[in-house]
Design a protein around this ligand. Structure first.
Ligand SMILES: Nc1nc2c(c(=O)[nH]1)N[C@H]1C(S)=C(S)[C@@H](COP(=O)(O)OP(=O)(O)OC[C@H]3O[C@@H](n4cnc5c(=O)[nH]c(N)nc54)[C@H](O)[C@@H]3O)O[C@H]1N2
Ligand SMILES: Nc1nc2c(c(=O)[nH]1)N[C@H]1C(S)=C(S)[C@@H](COP(=O)(O)OP(=O)(O)OC[C@H]3O[C@@H](n4cnc5c(=O)[nH]c(N)nc54)[C@H](O)[C@@H]3O)O[C@H]1N2
Ligand SMILES: [Mo]
Length: 809
């Protein structure tokens, strides 16, 4: 989230699109209720299904799955056309006036630089034109035909209300009503928020859908203001912490990035991440990259990380490719992996294309499961008839189960969607043989290290020299780890302006990332968490919810990254003069000497706004981007591409012979592509989703939850049920090109056929929660059906849009 849960109460307009917060985030949803009750906020829901969120909305619009870029691109066109944009904001705080290179082109759905065999782009032309001074060229009048503004207008001119109706199936009147409501927040005194989750992320163009939403918010001046923002409703209680701490295959903690194979040289690695300002007097905060990186390497390898070995740069793996889960399961099914550890992960249930996973797991030598419960993955080898039809005698994989505790049986911090690190305390000891994940990982590490010490091995140093300074090496405490990721000084730190003054004594916890150094004198295991545990103690454990300004910032409740700031980019809530656009809900302001206010300013505290420094200090241009430059796989402006399994078979935006039907830059493995189905055989569009009564695949172990939602069902619209002669409550078979499931038919008014390109398209809704372990009625795994293709940037699987055939069982 750019903002946070409580702040949703400040919104005037709330768009829930690509999520179902009333169902999947019922506690956080109370802030929507607050906004409606106290702020007269209007709630809009856009979803293929009439959901629990829709049932309390002021306005609902249906949409075909996977077509949100057309819808949102249509909103962009509407806002530009009707001049419903916040002018001062857009002109000064975005890249509108920046001039794009002449060789940048877009034609028949493809951007300049496309290479068909590798399905990827040479992105050189996706950039600004540079002046003789080295800075990006701009035209403040916005008249130059290659300003980002002009290119944006041209790009989305194709996204007309007629196109929205044709491709999304959303009636024009409903679409225009949504536009009108959103447009009402283009004035400085009104704010709108977007709440989204998997309905946007789980598509082969998911990241670009989210960007399009962010572009709508920028046009409306809704980023950096209270009641605004792009608010990703995260899933598991600590999934925000997972990405923060760099558990993606290409990340390091704090969104630093792992080097690629071609980056063997340390200085080159740093230089390519330290971005010089693209306009005069901009901060470009990533210029501090080296300080964060060196402090991380010191936290990991201590004395073994020194200037003369480039802070142990050789110890870091250099990626030849991404190792996301789709890649891993591809390698596994090719027989290229010996072992796999599933820690708090039930991939057989959670990953797409189940039969491919069964094949892969069967080829492993060993499989380790760290989990408090029995999972389908831990019993992938068990034949349970139709629900898991395997030949157990042929499977040689050795499975180890390591029982773990769960969050309620340990102390520690969880990071919520709003970036708050909230400390919690255990309520009970773990039962039986269960140990915490920390203890198990520490035991694995210390034993592996002992083996390396005794027997040696290839490239042992990264293991042997890992810094492990914990009182009990076999069980580090959450407190020790928290102090380490927050960070401390290893030597006395001198004031950079006056070397005779010591600002921080050796051994002291740091107050924040501004104190980090690139000379090895500080450690921080995650720079964005620096200051969470300061000399004042564990700030994550704070529980003071006082809110002196009434805007809901509660700065003394827990601790929020970065720097305890609650709303990112909050400098953008003020005009060029430093005065709030909306004094009624002020976050920060310039008092003539400093930035002050209800939130921690996202800016240099003493920076006079007259100097012209932009509010988006992480970007080298100082402003927000409509034109993403080289940061996305598919191109600088989001373009609609059909799901890989498309009911149309072509992209209505492009000439029919165009190669750009589905995401041309998505990575897709040959076998997975061959397993895609066609509309002729699988005419119904399916999507998958969750229910309040279950949490994924584990609450089916709980009797009460299993009583509330006892067995797998699929939602089918009344018109489709009539066509197929399916009665409510009868059994149906749902097949894709990868397998089939059987389930109870729930015939409903919540799903209706949409008219797409003049033809009716039926959508089918499939909840994800059932499987073959637990006390609920045994069922099929929904992911028997789903296709194995990921978003072009994150590789999040396309769980939300694929083709099936429904028939009577
Ligand atoms: N009770 C409960 N709560 C949970 C979870 C749980 O299992 N149970 N899981 C947690 C986790 S890990 C996560 S990630 C979150 C997920 O939270 P959500 O993303 O809100 O959950 P989903 O139900 O997967 O999907 C949300 C909605 O997206 C819609 N949708 C599908 N395709 C499209 C599309 O193309 N466009 C649009 N606009 N909408 C579409 C679906 O119809 C569905 O209503 O929930 C978390 N909360
Ligand atoms: N078709 C389809 N597939 C989906 C989705 C979808 O919308 N549609 N959603 C996807 C999403 S967003 C998600 S997040 C995944 C969820 O997929 P998973 O994360 O695999 O599913 P869970 O059942 O939430 O959790 C996995 C295991 O973690 C264990 N666990 C709980 N606490 C702890 C702990 O403290 N330590 C350890 N070691 N284990 C613990 C639980 O017992 C459980 O067995 O599913 C994905 N798959
Ligand atoms: Mo999730």
């Amino acid at each position: 989230m750019t903002n946070h849960w409580v702040d949703i109460k400040n919104a005037d307009i709330i768009l829930i699109m690509g999520g179902n917060a009333a169902e999947a985030h019922p506690c956080g949803f109370k802030w929507v209720t607050e906004a409606k009750a106290h702020n007269k906020a209007k709630l809009i829901v856009v979803d293929p299904r009439f959901t629990r969120s829709a049932s309390v909305a002021d306005f609902y619009a249906p949409i075909r799955t996977g077509t949100d870029i057309i819808f949102l691109g249509g909103v962009i066109r509407y806002l530009l056309d009707k001049d419903k944009i916040q002018h001062e904001y857009v002109r000064n705080y975005t890249d509108f006036p920046f001039i794009v290179r002449e060789d940048f082109t877009f034609d028949s759905g493809l951007y300049s630089g496309y290479d068909t065999p590798s399905r990827s782009y040479d992105k050189a032309s996706w950039d600004y034109e540079r002046g003789d001074d080295g800075y990006a060229r701009i035209d403040p009048t916005l008249q130059h035909p290659r300003t980002v503004y002009q290119l944006l207008k041209k790009h989305y001119s194709r996204y007309t209300p007629e196109m929205v109706e044709r491709v999304c199936g959303t009636p024009q009147a409903a679409f225009l009503k949504v536009c009108e409501l959103l447009a009402s927040t283009s004035t400085p005194d009104r704010a709108g928020t977007i709440m989204y989750a998997l309905g946007w992320t789980q598509h082969s163009i998911g990241s670009q859908i989210i960007r399009t939403g962010a572009m709508v918010q920028l046009l409306l001046g809704n980023i950096g203001v209270s009641g605004g923002g792009m608010n990703a409703l995260r899933g598991h209680s600590n999934i925000q912490g997972l990405t923060d701490l760099g558990l993606m295959s290409d990340l390091l903690p704090g969104y630093l990035t792992l080097p690629r194979e071609g980056e063997q040289d340390f200085n080159q690695y740093i230089e390519s991440r330290v971005q010089k300002p693209l306009r005069p007097n901009q901060l470009s905060y990533w210029q501090n990259y080296k300080k964060f990186h060196v402090s991380l390497m010191k936290a990991w390898w201590g004395d073994a990380a020194q200037a003369d070995n480039n802070w142990a740069y050789d110890y870091l793996p250099k990626l030849d490719k991404l190792y996301d889960m789709l890649q891993v399961f591809e390698l596994m099914s090719q027989g290229k992996m010996n072992g796999y550890i599933a820690q708090g992960f039930n991939p057989l249930a959670a990953a797409p294309y189940k039969s491919k996973l069964l094949d892969g797991f069967s080829k492993l030598k060993f499989l380790v499961i760290m989990d408090p419960l029995v999972t389908e993955t831990s019993e992938f080898w068990r034949n349970v008839g139709e629900h898991n039809d395997v030949d157990a005698a042929q499977i040689q994989t050795e499975v180890f189960r390591l029982p773990t505790s769960c969050f309620a049986e340990e102390d520690g911090a969880l990071v919520n969607s709003g970036r708050w690190l909230q400390w919690h305390w255990k309520g009970a000891e773990p039962p039986g043989e269960a140990k915490t994940d920390i203890e198990i990982m520490a035991l694995l590490f210390t034993r592996l290290r002992a083996l390396y010490r005794a027997e040696g091995g290839k490239f042992a140093d990264p293991v042997l020299k890992l810094w492990w300074p914990y009182a009990n090496p076999e069980n580090p405490t959450p407190e020790e780890l928290a102090k380490e990721y927050s960070g401390r000084a290893l030597a006395d730190l001198a004031d950079p302006k006056d070397a005779s003054k010591v600002t921080r004594k050796a051994g002291e916890q740091l107050a924040g990332f501004a104190e980090l150094r690139d000379d090895g004198s500080t450690i921080s295991g995650c720079w964005i968490y620096a200051g969470a545990w300061s000399t004042q103690g564990n700030l994550m454990a704070r529980r003071d919810n006082s809110d002196p300004t009434g805007v809901g910032q509660t700065l003394n409740w827990a601790w929020s990254w970065p720097a305890n700031r609650r709303v990112l980019y909050n400098r953008a809530s003020c005009g060029l003069d430093g005065k709030p656009f909306n004094p009624r809900r002020s976050l920060v302001s310039w008092n003539g000497k400093a930035w002050v206010g209800a939130d921690v300013p996202d800016y240099k505290l003493d920076e006079n706004p007259a100097g012209g420094m932009g509010p988006f200090i992480m970007n080298p241009e100082g402003v927000a981007r409509f034109f993403a430059r080289k940061s996305m796989a598919e191109g600088p402006f989001p373009e609609h591409y059909e799901p890989f399994e498309t009911p149309l078979g072509y992209n209505p935006l492009h000439p029919k012979e165009s190669r750009a039907t589905s995401n041309p830059a998505a990575r897709v493995f040959a076998g997975d592509l061959a397993a895609m189905g066609k509309a002729a055989d699988f005419p119904h569009v399916a999507t998958t989703y969750r229910l309040t009564e279950h949490f994924h695949y584990w609450t089916k172990h709980v009797l009460l939850n299993s009583i509330l939602q006892p067995e797998q069902f699929v939602e089918i619209g009344e018109d489709l049920a009539r066509d197929l002669g399916i009665a409510n409550g009868s059994m149906v078979k749902v097949s894709s090109n990868r397998g089939y499931i059987k389930a109870v038919a729930l015939v409903t008014k919540r799903l209706k056929a949409l008219a797409i390109e003049g033809k009716p398209v039926h959508q089918v809704g499939i909840p994800i929660h059932w499987g073959f372990v637990g006390v609920a009625k045994p069922g099929f795994l929904t992911n028997t059906l789903t296709p194995s293709v990921g978003d072009g940037n994150t590789q999040t699987p396309e769980f939300k849009s694929f083709l099936v055939q429904v028939e009577k069982a």
